[in-house]
Design a protein around this ligand. Structure first.
Ligand SMILES: [Zn+2]
Length: 257
């Protein structure tokens, strides 16, 4: 994940990210991202607790491609669409923040996510961050701005409640932690609290480390998603050396939405 020039603009990102890809993205796994957005419980049930790098790469490609397409195809006649949460400007800013930072994580080139790319691609934690940001951006594009993902597995989708859950073996931490969780994880915590730790997302570990690592213990910005989408956006920009903390993006890209 090499630092990008702070002077790079949204339009540059979008031109790079959409070039040569639009005709193939939608055909690869169209149901994957749409299902995740259409139904949060469905997303929770379909999101694996132990995703492979290949799965994350395919999903990141689909999700970021869909967000870039939505951004690219937006036109002025949609500026007055109703938004369920927050103002139109807030939702537009979130779309931009998510697209900008997800693009930073792929060094401005979505083709880096392709499995036939000559490069290894982003590491698993950055791939999860790309997916989370792309989904949050797509939701904001449709007027739903949410700040919290499920802390058990961010790929479950938006959090719906705070609940005390145990993410390690019962004997290790009997009281658990108060976390933002999705409806699926909350229901599991209520019905079978000793099993919630099995839902915690782990990622492939480094070559010289353990096979699997809890997602929030990985290197890079992903850990910040525990505190919220805005915090993840800020952390990505902090690590990549980009400007504009979330909520204060440059005027040009926002107006371009
Ligand atoms: Zn969950």
């Amino acid at each position: 994940m090499a630092p990008l020039s702070p002077g790079a603009t949204a339009l540059v990102y979008c031109e790079r990210i959409t070039s040569g890809r639009r005709s193939t993205i939608a055909d690869e796994e169209p149901e994957l991202g749409l299902a995740a957005l259409a139904s949060e419980p469905r997303a929770a049930l379909s999101a694996p607790a132990e995703p492979s790098t290949s799965y994350l790469r395919r999903t990141a490609l689909t999700e970021l491609g869909a967000l870039a397409d939505a951004f690219d195809n937006e036109d002025d006649e949609n500026d007055d669409r109703p938004h369920r949460n927050g103002s139109t400007a807030h939702a537009q800013l979130r779309v931009w923040d998510c697209l900008d930072t997800a693009t930073l994580l792929v060094d401005g080139d979505i083709d880096w996510l392709r499995e036939d790319s000559e490069d290894a691609g982003p590491d698993p934690a950055d791939l999860v961050a790309v997916i989370v940001l792309a989904r949050a951006g797509r939701a904001a594009f449709n007027g739903e701005v949410y700040d919290r993902c499920c802390a058990v597995n961010p790929l479950h989708g938006p959090a719906t409640a705070r609940h005390r859950v145990r993410l390690s073996a019962p004997a290790d931490r009997p009281r658990g932690r108060l976390l933002h969780v999705c409806a699926h994880c909350r229901a599991t915590a209520l019905a079978q609290p000793a099993t919630v730790h099995a839902l915690l997302m782990t990622l492939p570990g480094p070559a010289d480390g353990p096979d699997r690592v809890p997602y929030d213990e990985t290197a890079g910005p992903l850990y910040a998603v525990r505190n919220g989408i805005p915090q993840l956006i800020d952390e990505v920009r902090e690590i990549t050396g980009a400007e504009f903390p979330s909520g204060r993006a440059a005027e040009g890209p926002v107006q371009a939405l």
